[in-house]
Design a binder for this molecule. Structure first.
Ligand SMILES: Cc1cc2nc3c(=O)[nH]c(=O)nc-3n(C[C@H](O)[C@H](O)[C@H](O)COP(=O)(O)OP(=O)(O)OC[C@H]3O[C@@H](n4cnc5c(N)ncnc54)[C@H](O)[C@@H]3O)c2cc1C
Length: 312
């Protein structure tokens, strides 16, 4: 069976690896981070204080992704969050990262390994890790955000001009643990014109036991202007905005931290499920192919796996 190396253990990389593993293949996933999930992330503090500081929830319109979410729900890794109108929203339990952990079960995922180059070499595809160790595969799949994928591949692959136009917006995120009640029934609010475009009472999501955990996301403009500040300065600027919005006293904040998502949300996707080179030995995909949603990332990774399985 051909060997497959996958860069990225976000939803795209895991969807690809899961599909291949379920078909009896043995993909190897490399990720530079400490945990699986990429932008589907949960930051844990002491005890049950935790924050979904990346994706807030998922929706599922695609039949394949719907059945994945249904299976996750059956196993207790996902649950419906009854807020908002439109498509039903689901969250991971006890945190969003559990959606990724569910997909990663039993896979060969190697964390803390940064791919620094991907190239064809002696008829095989080579992933260079940390600038020095080479891993060879028959097929390589890159699921890093488009600009990072481009940096890995650009000298070797002409097809990458296809996605040089993909555009992202950044998102600065604040996590705050409060020791006070905020207005009853506040789950979340969304307003792209407000400096804090999204505010969520994370503790109000189902399946959480922690109390007073809040997440706020700055809007795209505010995030772009403040993107290069250090995390402490970002926190210091965002905290008063949240305090004002929630109408709480400053000393109600017992813990806070900021996170910078440089490639947070795709605003100009590619419009195809993935790209690959002419002989189908190097693939690239992720949310940047179809749009800024977890479901889009999953669809891209799953489509790559199908293509690999169908290749002669
Ligand atoms: C703040 C925020 C809020 C969001 N809210 C929602 C929401 O509510 N609902 C929704 O559906 N979507 C939401 N999204 C979008 C959603 O999170 C993404 O579309 C999706 O998770 C992207 O998955 P991916 O696998 O394509 O990329 P990623 O999750 O970015 O995964 C890529 C992985 O590649 C790894 N990587 C990158 N470069 C290398 C390298 N050189 N070597 C090794 N590993 C590497 C990274 O560490 C990462 O784990 C949100 C995103 C953000 C940032």
């Amino acid at each position: 069976m051909p060997s497959v190396g996958i860069i990225g253990s976000g939803m795209a990389g895991l969807a690809c690896a899961r599909h291949l593993a379920d078909a009896g293949w043995s993909p190897v996933v490399f990720d530079k981070g400490r945990g699986v999930g990429g932008r589907v992330a949960t930051r844990r503090l002491d005890g049950d204080v935790q924050f979904d500081h990346g994706a807030q929830y998922v929706t599922a319109r695609d039949q394949g992704f719907r059945s994945v979410i249904a299976n996750m729900s059956k196993s207790g890794a996902a649950i419906r969050w009854n807020v908002g109108s439109g498509d039903p929203r689901f969250v991971g339990t006890p945190g969003m990262a559990n959606l990724a952990k569910y997909l990663a079960k039993g896979l060969d995922v190697r964390q803390g390994m940064t791919a620094t180059a991907v190239r064809r070499s002696d008829g095989r595809s080579e992933i260079v890790v940390d600038g020095e160790v080479s891993h060879y595969f028959d097929r390589v799949v890159v699921t890093a955000p488009a600009p990072q994928a481009l940096a890995l591949l650009e000298t070797q692959e002409t097809f990458l001009s296809d996605f040089a136009d993909v555009k992202y917006e950044p998102c600065l995120t604040l996590m705050a643990n409060l020791n006070t009640e905020v207005s009853e029934g506040f789950s979340c609010r969304s307003d792209s014109d407000a400096e804090l475009a999204w505010i969520a009472n994370d503790s109000s999501k189902p399946g959480r036991t922690g109390k007073g955990c809040w997440v706020a996301q700055a809007n795209a403009g505010w995030s772009a202007v403040n993107l290069e500040l250090d995390l402490n300065s970002i926190k210091t600027k965002m905290l008063p905005l949240l305090i004002r919005e929630l109408g709480i006293a400053a000393d109600a904040v017992v813990h806070s931290a900021a996170h910078r998502w440089r490639f947070a949300k795709v605003v100009q996707p590619l419009g195809r499920r993935f790209v690959r080179n002419a002989d189908a030995t190097i693939y690239a995909g992720g949310d940047w192919c179809l749009g800024a949603r977890v479901e889009a990332a999953w669809m891209s990774g799953d489509a790559i796996a199908r293509d690999i399985l169908e290749a002669p």
